[in-house]
Ligand binder design. Structure first.
Ligand SMILES: Nc1ncnc2c1ncn2[C@@H]1O[C@H](COP(=O)(O)OP(=O)(O)OP(=O)(O)O)[C@@H](O)[C@H]1O
Ligand SMILES: [Mg+2]
Length: 395
């Protein structure tokens, strides 16, 4: 039989280390952009060329497509590799094959006789998918498995990482020599600290999604007479289960004086807010979630010295930027919250979740209020704007 030598694209040193291992179960906990998917594609092709049957499983169809695309790019360079774009499979010789699957259709995952099972972004798949569906498919051929992922808290992937079953590696993103050097700095600047530790340093961070650092707390100041100097307002109009919340903070000081909350219905809120505005005479009011034709909007145009209406529902990116700015203030400048249990509690329970595609969503756990957090985000923003405020809405 004639032998042919095929050269696959070069792996970087760390990838090579994992690729050379002969362990049956391998696990890679690596930072974002480390080259996990590239390595998975490389491994899949290598096995297929050796006449083996490979499954490449990703948490969602679109993540599976990224791996498939890498395999197609490599596979096209190799004579004899057949690519079925629709079925998302590659094949070679008599038995070599790769099938790309997504874990969100578990019924398509029942197979047998797999030689190599690859789980890309394994930490974002349910443990049951691995234990009850995928793992058994390796039994008849004593197949191997390669689990690659960035960590996702201390979930089952972390237990697998520690277990004796796997040969495991843990590498931060910056060990990928192909990553442009500025990338890490961008990630460091744009990710909250705990997320950077998890996503880039590949640490198994037990932050359970908590977003804000433990806050500095100062005594609450709820009366205008006790508060010295100019102030600004951040108003978040409540949606069930939220109250309408007004965060009141001094201009030019790193703190919030108080957060006033009410569950009155909308028709009564205008009078309640008007009373607060008249009492405190804020130099700037930032308001979220009110259309121009609402009584509250008209009242603020009439009563507030300067008024900035924010979008009723800011984009995910805008929200993330504001959260990052406030976290920065809390960490670096010791920005302090008022000693109000409902406010502190909301900051402690406010969470961040990462979807498998890498998008962060922020908010209170389902059914829990987040009005105080929303109001403080607005007032923090107002404090940054105050002083250099455009008088756009001053009439
Ligand atoms: N061996 C390699 N040779 C050349 N470039 C590489 C190699 N490994 C990784 N890269 C490059 O590094 C970047 C990240 O690779 P890849 O998408 O495989 O990483 P990942 O860890 O799967 O990222 P993500 O966390 O976004 O899923 C890509 O631009 C890729 O082309
Ligand atoms: Mg990837």
């Amino acid at each position: 039989m004639r032998h042919r030598t095929i050269t696959l694209p070069r792996l970087h040193t760390r990838q090579m280390e994992a690729a050379r291992s002969t362990a049956r179960f391998r696990l890679l906990a690596c930072g974002r952009r480390w080259g996990k998917t590239k390595l998975c594609a490389h491994e899949a092709l290598r096995e297929m060329l050796e006449d083996k049957r490979v499954w490449h499983v990703a948490p969602t169809y679109s993540i599976g497509l990224i791996g498939f695309r890498d395999m197609v790019l490599m596979g096209r360079q190799i004579p004899g590799v057949r690519i079925q774009m629709g079925a998302k499979t590659l094949s070679f010789g008599a038995h070599g094959s790769i099938a790309v699957k997504s874990a969100d259709y578990p019924n398509n995952l029942r197979g047998e006789g797999i030689d190599l099972l690859i789980l890309d972004e394994a930490a974002f798949m349910p443990e049951q998918t691995w234990i009850t569906i995928l793992r058994p498919s390796l039994m008849d051929k004593s197949g191997r498995a390669l689990l690659a992922s960035s960590p996702n808290g201390k979930n089952w992937f972390y237990n697998a990482f520690k277990s004796e079953l796997f040969e495991s590696w843990q590498w931060p993103s910056w060990t990928n020599p192909f990553l442009p050097s500025g990338e890490i700095d961008i990630m460091r600047a744009t990710y909250p600290k705990a997320q950077f530790a998890q996503e880039v340093a590949a640490d198994f961070v037990d932050f359970q999604g908590r977003v804000f650092p433990a806050p500095q707390v100062l005594p609450t100041i709820t009366s205008r007479r006790a508060a010295k100097g100019a102030c600004v307002f951040g108003i978040a109009i409540g949606r069930s289960p939220d109250a309408t919340a007004v965060a009141i903070a001094p201009e030019g000081e790193e703190r919030v004086w108080c957060v006033q909350q009410t569950h009155m219905d909308y028709s009564q809120q205008e009078a309640w807010l008007e009373k607060l505005v008249r009492e405190w005479e804020p130099s700037l009011v930032v308001l979220q979630a009110a259309g121009e034709d609402t009584p509250v909007f008209r009242m603020l145009l009439r009563e507030a010295k300067s008024f900035f209406p924010d979008a009723p529902s800011p984009t995910a990116t805008a929200t993330a930027e504001r959260i990052d700015a406030l976290i920065g203030g809390m960490e670096k400048d010791k920005y302090a919250l008022p000693n109000q249990a409902s406010v502190i509690n909301q900051f402690e329970t406010y969470t961040c979740n990462r979807t498998p595609s890498g998008v962060y969503t922020f908010g209170a756990p389902t059914g829990m209020p987040e009005d105080a957090v929303a109001a403080v985000l607005l007032v923090y923003w107002a404090q940054q704007m105050a002083g250099r405020t455009m008088k756009a809405f001053r009439i």
